[in-house]
Design a protein around this ligand. Sequence first.
Ligand code: 26Q
Length: 835
Amino acid sequence: MAKQNDQVCVVKGWEDGPVIDESTLNDDLSRHFYYTLGRNKVGESQLYLYNALALTIRDRLVARCRETNKHIEQQKGRKTAYLSLEFLMGRALGNAVLNLDLDQQVASALQEYCTELETVAQAEHDAGLGNGGLGRLAACFLDSCASLALPVVGYGIRYEYGMFNQSLKDGHQIEQPDNWLREGHPWELSAPEQAKRVKFFGHVQSYTDKDSREHRQLTGTQDVLAVPYDVPIPGYKNNVVNTLRLWKSEATDEFNLTEFNAGSYSEAVAQKNLAEQITMVLYPNDASENGKELRLRQQYFLSSASIQDIVDQWVAKHGEDFSDFAKHHVFQLNDTHPSIAVAELMRILMDDYELTWDAAWDITSATMAYTNHTLLPEALEKWSVSLFSRLLPRILEIIYEINARFLAKVAQQWPGDTQKQRALSLIEEGAEPQIRMAYLAIVGSFSVNGVAALHTELLKEGLFKDFYDLWPAKFNNKTNGVTPRRWVAHCNPLLSKLISQSIGDGWVADFAKISQLRRFYDDKKFHKQWQSVKTQNKQRLVDLVKERCDVDFDVTMMFDVQVKRIHEYKRQLLNVLHVIHLYDRIRRGDTEGLVPRCVLLGGKAAPGYYMAKKIIKLINNVAHVINKDPKAAPYLRVAFLPNYNVTAMETICPATDLSEQISTAGKEASGTGNMKFMMNGALTIGTLDGANIEIRDAVGSDNFFLFGAQTSEIDEIKSRYNPAKLVAENSDLENVMQLLQSGQFNLFEPGLFDDIINAIMSPHDPWLVAHDFESYIAAQKQVEHAYKDQYYWTQMSILNTAASGMFSSDRTIAQYSDDIWHLEPLTINDTHTNK
Ligand code: 26Q
C-alpha cells in the first residue's frame, strides 16, 4: 500500500493480497529457496530450507493477520493488550504448520528436498525471551487467545539476547550468550514508521493554560525510539492470526545530531549504544533483582511504547475524546514488571491530552488489570525513589499523587491508624525510600488475580490482606493452563494420533473433550497402544540424554523427571536426597522392591544465585558417582540435562512417567510444567502447592502421590524445627547425610557441599527439606509399588491425561475473557485460500 495525497492507494484486485492456497505452497517454497534466499542446491544446509519454509508459512500468516486486524478495527467491542517483559515462545515453525493445518502439504513439499519437517524444524533457534513459567505462560496465552478468536495483542521486548545458554564444565553451570537472531528471524516484520518515542530523564515544568489550568511538562529529556517488530500468532484452524508486537530500542536521529553538531562524534555514537542497550538482553533472574537501572529502563520502555501505541490508534480513530476509551481497552499486566504503565497512561492522558486527574484516573483504573505470580515476599518488586526521580521524574510525581489520594482513602477506612497508612503506602519509608510496585498495580487496577486457587487465597489472607479488605471485589483467581496444541498435539504426535483414533480429533480445539479418554481406562488393547507410545517417546529422550549428557537411559526403566528453574523453594535438593537414598540402598544391597529408574533433572540457575549453582554441581557430582558404579547400573541412572528450554521440554514431557512437583507448600504460585506432564500421561509426586492441588482434585487422590507438610502446618513446624533431631530419628536420612558428609560425592573437592549440608541442617531452613524427607521417601515407595503393576500404572496414566482438560490455557483464557476482559470472539472466514 502506498500513501498518495493522504489517500490510501490500493492496488486493484490485491485488496487482500494475492490469493494463496495449498496448491501454491510447493511453488512458494522453491521461490523462496531459489530467489528470496538465492540458493540453488537441494543439499544446501537445512537452515536455508528452514528459512524458505518459514517465509512460505509467513506469507500465509501475513494474509490472515491483515484480515484479523481488519476485523478488530471494525468490531465495536473491547480489545486486550497483554503487557509482559517476557514471552518464552520457543520454536514457531511446527506450531504454525499445526495451527494452519498444513502438515500434509509441507510434508509433500519437503519430499522434493529429500527431508521432512522434523529435521528442518531443528534449524530454528528457540525464541527464549523469558526465564520460565511466567514467560511461557504468556506464550501459551497468546496461542489460546488466537485459537479462541479473541482480539488480544501481546506487547513485549525484542531482546537481542534471550535467556542464556547453559553448559556444564566439571558439573558447574557456565552461561553463554544466546545470540538467537544471528541467523535471522524470518517470522518478524518490522514497522519502523510506527516507531514511538520514549522519554527518559529531564525536568518537570509547570505552565498555566489560557483557562488558568496548571499543566506539567517534561523538558530536556533523553529520548529513545521504540521500533515495533510484529510476530504473527496463528489460532488453531480458525483463520485468526493475532500479533505479538516486540519493541526494539534505537537511538533517535536528532539525538545524534545535536551531539554531532557540538563536535562530539564519539559521544554521539556512545549515546547511540546507550539507547540500544535497553533491549540488548533479558535479565536472567526469575525473582526480582532489585535496583538495576537498566531493568527499570526496560520496564518503562515497554510500558510507554505499548501505551502510546494503543493511545495513538485510539486518537487516529476517535480523535481526542477518551470518554469511551475504557469501554474498548484492557491492559493485562503480567506481574508488576510493566506496572509502571499505570502511571504512564495517567501521564499521557493528562500531559499530552489535557485530561483532568479524575478523568484520567477513571480511565486508567478501569483499564488496568494485574496478575500476581509470586508469594515470596522477597520477590516483590521495589524501586528506589531516588532512581525514579532521576530517570522518570514525571512518573514519580504521578506515583506520589496516586499515593496521596490512596492514603486519604486508607485514612477514611481506618481512621487514626497511621501504622496502616505506613503499611499500605506505595512508598516504603526508610533510609532509602522505595516504591512498592505491587501496591501501585493493585491500586491502579480494577482486577487483581492469582494463578492458582491456593495462591489466590494466600494473597487474600496474607501478602495483600489489607487491600483485599479494602476492595474484595477486585480479587479473583485464574488458575494457569498450558496450550494443548504445543504441549500435546505438536510435541506428542504418537499420543495425539492414538487419542484422535479413539475419541476423534475434537480435543485439540476443545480440550474438555479429553475426558472421553476415561472410557478406555480398562481397555487392554488401548493399554498396549498407550504403553507403546510411551516407550517410543522414551526412546527419543534416551537419544537426547545420550547426546547431551553421555548417560545411558533405558526405556524399560521408570523415567522420573524434575525440570524447572533451579530454586531452593522448588527443592531439587529433596530430589537429590532421594537419589542418594536409593544409591545408599543399592550399596547396602537393600534392593528389594526397587524399581529401576532413570532420574532426569534440568534447569537454569540465575547467574548470581550461589545456592542454586551449588545444587547443580551436587546433582552432577551425584550423577557422576552413581553412573560409573556398575552396582547401580541395573537400578539407577541419573542425568542433568544442560540448557533446559522449551524445545527440550517438547521431548521430555511425552517421555516422562513420574513428574516431580515437590516445592515447599505455599511457595509455588501455580506451576505449569506439572500440567504439561499430566496431559502427557505422567503421574505426579507432589506437595499440596500451587496448581498441584487442583491437579490432584481433578484426577482423584488415588492417582496422585501426595507427601509433605501442608501450608497451614508450616508455621507451627518452623516454630519447633530441629533437623538434627529428624536426622537422628530417621536412619534413611541419617545415612544420606552421612554419605553427603563423608565426601563421597566430592572426593577431590573437600568442603564443596558444606553450604548445602548446613542449609539442610539449619533450624531456620525455610524450605523444610529435612522435614518432608520422610514422607517423600514413603511416597516414592508407593510410586514403586504402583509402577510394578503396569496395568494399574497405565490406568492411572490414562486417567491423568483424561482429567487434564481444565489445565488447557483455553479454559484459563476463556475465564480471563468472561470475568476480566469481556471480549467478543471474532469470526473470520477464509478469504485468502478460497476455502
Ligand atoms: C523482576 C525484576 C528484575 C529482574 C527480574 C524479575 C523477574 C523476572 C521473572 C521476576 C520474576 C520472574 C518470573 C517469575 C515466574 O516465572 N513465576 C512463575 O510464574 C508461573 C506462571 O504463573 C507460575 O506457574 C510459577 O509458580 C511462578 O513461580
